[in-house]
Write a protein that binds this ligand. Structure first.
Ligand SMILES: [Zn+2]
Length: 236
């Protein structure tokens, strides 16, 4: 394709000023701080959800164990009641076994129960602590957001002339020129995206692309896409 190299470069120069300011804003300490606080807040919230789930699981487990224990207690009662008055040595031994087993189960259940209760208390303490942290973190986030908004407004004010200029320059481009520029720009390729093609090499990525572009770039104003980095290559 053919492009008006001079106008494209002028437009790009203006776009680049705005791009650089936006990049500087995105990597500013204020932006970084905001992202850090935001990710910390999300981490805290995820942790709270996780421990909520753990607590619910523990409670369910306790309930289940209580039911099991109740059943086995009733079982024991039934057996005891069913015992005949005249007990054989074998019967006595069997009953003692059952009783011992029940006591063992009870003992184990009590230990597990104590462990579960301890963990539940821990979770509760952690949750309380996490809620305080979340509150603090949310307040920090609000503050950081306000700082960032102020910085953004300042940047926008500083750039307003350049934005106006870019708009004017954009109006001077042909629709197909603007379209290809915007298409490449959307790909998040580092500016400049309109670069010179010199001795078969793309000035954007440094690749030798003569073979791929054979016949496409012959005279001044010719433009083609770099097959490697997708920038717009032109001949002066
Ligand atoms: Zn390239």
């Amino acid at each position: 394709m053919k492009i008006n190299v001079e106008k494209m470069l002028e437009y790009q120069a203006s776009d680049q000023v705005i791009y650089k300011a936006e990049q500087a804003f995105a990597s500013s300490s204020e932006s970084k701080r905001y992202s850090q606080i935001l990710s910390k807040l999300n981490e805290l919230k995820t942790a709270v959800i996780k421990s909520d789930k753990e607590a619910a699981d523990i409670r369910k487990d306790i309930e289940k164990r209580e039911t099991q224990l109740g059943e086995s207690g009733r079982d024991l009662e039934k057996r005891t009641a069913a015992m005949s008055g005249e007990k054989s040595a074998e019967e006595i031994a069997k009953n003692e076994d059952t009783l011992r087993q029940f006591e063992e189960n009870l003992d184990r259940a009590e230990k597990e129960f104590a462990r579960s209760v301890k963990r539940l208390e821990e979770i509760e303490r952690e949750a309380k602590h996490a809620l305080i942290e979340i509150k603090q973190c949310s307040a920090d986030l609000e503050k950081s957001k306000a700082v960032l908004q102020k910085k953004r407004s300042e940047m926008q004010a500083e750039l307003s002339d350049e934005v106006k200029r870019r708009k004017e320059l954009q109006a001077e481009l042909r629709p197909e020129e603007l379209e290809i520029y915007k298409k490449v720009r959307k790909e998040n390729i580092r500016l400049p995206i309109v670069v010179e093609y010199v001795s078969g090499t793309c000035r954007g990525c440094g690749m030798h692309v003569e073979h791929d572009l054979r016949g496409k770039l012959n005279e001044s104003g010719d433009a083609a896409e770099c097959p490697n980095c997708h920038r717009i290559l032109y001949i002066k």
